[in-house]
Design a protein. Structure first.
Length: 101
């Protein structure tokens, strides 16, 4: 289902975090703080954008995986999360990650 309109967020990828994170980060941190210990768990974020949410899970000791339709967002997430993260371009209707991964 990938199509030519799939990079609607591409032009905003470079500045996305500087606009969104001042508002979203405190909420994300509060949410993660309500969870039981996460070290060693796996997290899949569908529509991961720049990987900001995944970065918090990674810092909590999780193995992180992300899927986003936008090539620019995938590139930003990979840069943020490093080579240990599994970030792929894909459609939420057909997630490109094996079951039980």
């Amino acid at each position: 289902m990938l199509d030519s309109g799939s990079d609607a967020y591409g032009s905003s990828a470079a500045g996305y975090d500087s606009v969104i994170e001042p508002f979203a980060r405190p909420i994300r941190l509060a949410g993660i703080g309500m969870l039981p210990p996460l070290a060693g768990k796996s997290v899949l974020d569908i529509g991961c954008g720049t990987g900001a949410q995944l970065k918090l899970y990674q810092e909590a000791g999780c193995r992180v995986y992300g899927v986003d339709l936008s090539p620019a967002m995938v590139q930003a997430a990979r840069a943020k999360l490093g080579p240990g993260a599994g970030v792929q371009r894909g459609d939420a209707c057909r997630i490109p990650i094996a079951d039980q991964a």
